[in-house]
Design a protein around this ligand. Structure first.
Ligand code: ZN
Length: 169
């Protein structure tokens, strides 16, 4: 896994371009690039005492349980991101979300390690929705009662923390 994906300074092409803490710095031309956590939003959908999980169609964590959500686009809020991702992945529009918590996470994708900060939201649906799944991302969905949830089946540590917190309520 490449934790330091940039070998050369994008400004002067020098290889004296190194990462320390949250910044790359070029010792040749002094160019500095800050690397911060990527923001992501995910949603826990509850209906009739059951939580909705997605089954991830691709890596990382292909086949594991996930939650609808994804990276926040530039110029987008957390609220817009969770609504957009839910529409894209599940084909339903949910506008009422309650903030639950956030947690750092590591997301390895295409040989690059991304450090993320995942924000979790919760919604309660009175009616069971009919989904139109985004097949490239979602292999299926499953509704689980709290006692049916095995935290080890969940794809990411941040998601496990959020589900654990919700169930403890
Ligand atoms: Zn440089």
């Amino acid at each position: 896994m490449q934790t330091n994906p940039f070998s050369f300074c994008p400004s002067c092409k020098s290889d004296a371009f190194t990462l320390s803490d949250n910044r790359y710095h070029c010792d040749h031309c002094n160019f500095t690039f800050f690397l911060n956590a990527a923001t992501a939003a995910a949603g826990i959908i509850i209906h009739d005492g059951q939580l909705l999980f997605t089954v991830r169609a691709k890596n990382p964590a292909k086949g594991k349980l996930g939650l609808p959500g994804g990276f926040v686009d530039m110029n987008e809020s957390l609220e817009q991101a969770i609504q957009r991702e839910t529409e894209e992945e599940l084909g339903i529009t949910i506008t009422q979300w309650q903030y639950l918590m956030s947690s750092p996470n590591i997301y390895d994708y295409a040989n690059v390690r991304y450090h993320t900060c995942d924000a979790f939201f919760v919604t309660h649906l009175p009616n069971k929705p009919v989904f139109s799944l985004q097949e490239a991302e979602i292999a299926g969905v499953t509704w689980l009662k709290p006692e049916q949830i095995n935290l080890n089946d969940i794809a990411f540590d941040s998601m496990r923390q959020a589900v654990k917190k919700l169930l403890a309520k």
